[in-house]
Write a protein that binds this ligand. Structure first.
Ligand SMILES: NC(=O)c1ccc[n+]([C@@H]2O[C@H](COP(=O)([O-])OP(=O)(O)OC[C@H]3O[C@@H](n4cnc5c(N)ncnc54)[C@H](O)[C@@H]3O)[C@@H](O)[C@H]2O)c1
Length: 312
């Protein structure tokens, strides 16, 4: 299996830009590709802003930060992706767009090059249908913002070889991430858990049990603190499985099992209120509150991550 030194990333949006920055931080030569020149310019600016925060937080020296940024090449020419040991795709989350990209790309690259998609939930087995030599293709699901959040889900499609899975896993560890190997199921593991939580939170509000603000407080001031340190199985072991068994016996049947988006989520969606990016979601982000909120998020994630893992 290839010894990974050069990395190509397709899609210079929210995820691709921050993934490029992460690899460059660890000394990899990175080529970042996008079909739009303006996306590349935006990615370069975003990486500079992220780097300012990292320098200010003492996570990287000013010199190292400059060196890191110098290791990223920006290109709108797909042909430049081929000169790499791994190509990671973070383009639009539409199966036809991903199929089109992978059909072309997998023919362009050398047969030993590892291929990975950062899809949030599309089937790796499905994407792999158009990939030449699909055994070298896996999912590599980063979590936003990728340069801060430690988890990476490595998804093994039906045809993904053990060797490919191991190589993607090793690459994640090489940039100090905490990978997990997950079967190719809808939502993988993270989004199944995340959406189960969101569904119950929406239901709690719908049933008048608590307000959105108080639901957020329950998560931030209790469950979030616990889960930053121990997972649900560990938390249950500490609480006592007899206790959790008894609670589950009467509570499971009362929990939400809705099969479609509903409540506040569906209402906001219908109004075109998509959250921070449209300055209105469950909360208001107008008059500069959008940027304030993003800065607050990144500072807090960085602090927590630094505290728990010694670095972002
Ligand atoms: N945003 C998240 O929180 C998040 C988290 C995990 C995974 N993902 C996944 O990562 C991928 C990218 O998401 P994002 O949030 O960065 O999206 P984004 O919209 O910010 O960026 C996507 C970029 O891909 C470019 N692009 C589109 N088609 C392309 C093509 N054929 N070739 C090259 N570039 C192309 C676009 O110009 C854009 O710059 C998606 O599959 C998404 O589901 C997103």
């Amino acid at each position: 299996m290839t010894n990974i030194k050069k990395i190509s990333i397709a899609g210079a949006g929210t995820m691709g830009s921050s993934m490029a920055e992460t690899f460059a931080k660890y000394g990899y030569e990175v080529t970042l590709f996008d079909i739009f020149e303006e996306a590349l310019a935006k990615a370069e600016r975003l990486i500079e802003i992220n780097q300012k925060t990292e320098v200010a937080e003492g996570l990287v020296s000013e010199n190292k930060s400059k060196e890191l940024m110098g290791r990223i090449k920006y290109t709108a020419d797909m042909g430049n992706l081929a000169d790499a040991d791994i190509v990671i795709e973070a383009i639009l989350e539409k199966i036809e767009v991903k199929h089109d990209f992978w059909r072309k790309l997998s023919k362009q690259v050398n047969k030993d090059v590892i291929l990975a998609s950062n899809t949030s939930g599309l089937s790796i087995t499905n994407i792999a249908q158009v990939v030449e030599r699909p055994e070298r293709f896996a999912g590599m699901h980063w979590i936003n913002p990728p340069h801060i959040i430690p988890l990476i889900e490595v998804i093994k499609g039906e045809k993904t070889s053990d060797e490919t899975t191991a190589a993607v896993y090793a690459l994640a560890e090489a940039v100090d991430k905490k990978p997990v190997i997950v079967k190719d199921a809808p939502g993988f593991a993270l989004n199944r858990i995340q959406l189960a939580i969101l569904r119950e939170c929406l239901y709690i509000v719908e049933e008048g049990i608590a307000t959105p603000e108080d639901v957020d407080r329950v998560m931030k001031y209790a469950l979030g603190v616990r889960y930053a340190c121990l997972g649900p199985f560990e938390v249950s072991d500490h609480g006592g499985l007899d206790i959790f068994y008894n609670i589950a016996s009467y509570l499971f049947e009362d929990l939400c099992d809705e099969k479609k988006p509903f409540g506040l989520l569906a209402e906001a969606f219908d109004r075109g209120q998509y959250g921070v990016k449209s300055q209105r979601g469950f909360y208001d982000y107008s008059d500069g509150k959008d940027e304030e909120s993003i800065m607050y998020r990144d500072q807090m994630y960085t602090k927590v991550s630094k505290c728990l893992f010694g670095e972002s």
